[in-house]
Design a protein around this ligand. Structure first.
Ligand code: UT7
Length: 319
């Protein structure tokens, strides 16, 4: 029994916000720096008040439509997010209510930018165990809410959005291998070290990052985990038809592709138009490449993410 992908969907709020737009808003930056260091040209930023569940809902509806099933057919909803609507209930429960599904198991996964790959691996295990038949897996984020707009080293890098997939139990191949790892000792290089206590925000509620440390860590583990899932599935990394790495920085994406021996034109890139949308980045890129016809049935797709924690995860699937 496989967990087979039967639908994808995504949603980006509003119109693109260019690097020039950010500079015009008073951020001490410029298009040339952002493009050369990151490859990012624009990103989408949700209006204040727009939540992850709202973005995730649209992505989910589009994925359900492609799959040709209704929300009532789902028995599992997993949402990867680090920017949930509330402390509780989970964003998954909020999306479940908005979709009108009753009875499915619904919960959030918090593994930051690796969140979608974690959620996918978890849902795949539920399906392979035989306990669940149809899963909705979402990555949804409003990272603009946790950015310090006075910190030019981080605020230009991130964007908002959501992506979703539907998995179904099938005898036809689907997800072939998954892996997930973490190294909590690296929690200090990327975090939002704040909390709510006694009705007040304590600590620092903004995203903080040691960029160069994250960069090095990301390239190493993205290459390692791609090797790992290919090894489990018994193929070479060079044999994958499409590589969808977490979209954080074009230099990380290119270095990973090179390390793995994956041809440049087999790597799906959206970071130039989406920025880093954390848990949403992989399903957004996947949906784009499915809808524009690049990813075809029968092809092998390797998706992988890395983020705060530190966490990293991957899945190799036959589409
Ligand atoms: O989802 C996973 C999380 N994130 C990542 O994967 C990001 C990983 N890291 C990176 O992508 C890169 O490290 C960055 C893009 C964050 C930074 O690139 P870098 O080449 O490592 O630059 P840097 O941090 O060493 O900064 C170099 C210079 C500094 O100026 P000085 O001190 O050399 O004069 C910064 O002040 O660039 C300056 N700088 C900026 N200049 C214009 C930093 N941010 C900006 C900016 N505009 N937005």
């Amino acid at each position: 029994m496989y967990a087979r992908l039967i639908g994808t969907g995504s949603y980006l709020p509003g119109t693109p916000v260019s690097n020039q737009d950010l500079a015009a808003r008073g951020i001490d930056t410029n298009d040339e720096w952002i493009v050369t260091r990151t490859g990012i040209r624009s990103r989408h930023l949700a209006n204040p008040g727009t939540t992850s569940s709202e973005l995730g809902l649209v992505a989910a509806q589009r994925a359900l439509e492609m799959a040709g099933i209704s929300a009532a057919d789902l028995d599992l909803i997993v949402v990867a997010t680090s920017t949930p609507d509330f402390i509780f209930p989970s964003t998954a429960c909020l999306i479940q209510a908005k979709l009108g599904n009753k009875g499915a198991a619904a919960f959030d996964v918090q593994a930051v930018c690796a969140g979608f790959t974690y959620a996918l691996g978890i849902a795949e295990k539920f399906i392979r165990s035989g306990s669940h038949k149809r899963a909705l897996v979402i990555g949804a984020e409003v990272f603009s809410r946790i950015l310090d707009w006075n910190d030019r080293g981080t605020c230009v890098l991130f964007g908002d959005g959501a992506g979703a997939v539907i998995l179904e139990a099938s005898e036809k191949p689907g997800i072939l291998a998954t892996a997930m790892h973490a190294d909590g000792s690296q929690n200090g290089i990327l975090n939002v070290p704040g909390q709510i206590c006694g009705g007040q925000v304590t600590g620092d509620p903004f995203l903080r990052m040691d960029g160069p440390a994250v960069f090095k860590f990301a390239v190493r583990v993205l290459a390692d985990i791609a090797d790992e899932v290919c090894h489990i599935a018994g193929i070479q990394t060079g044999d994958v038809d499409w590589l969808i790495p977490h979209q954080a920085n074009i230099r990380i994406i290119e270095a990973t592709g090179k390390k793995l021996g994956v041809d440049r034109n087999k790597v799906i890139v959206t970071v130039d138009r989406h920025g880093n949308t954390s848990a949403a980045s992989v399903p957004l890129a996947l949906d784009e490449a499915v809808r524009d016809g690049r990813i075809q049935r029968g092809q092998k797709v390797l998706v992988e993410g890395v983020g705060g924690g530190f966490t990293w995860g991957a899945a190799l699937l036959e589409f």
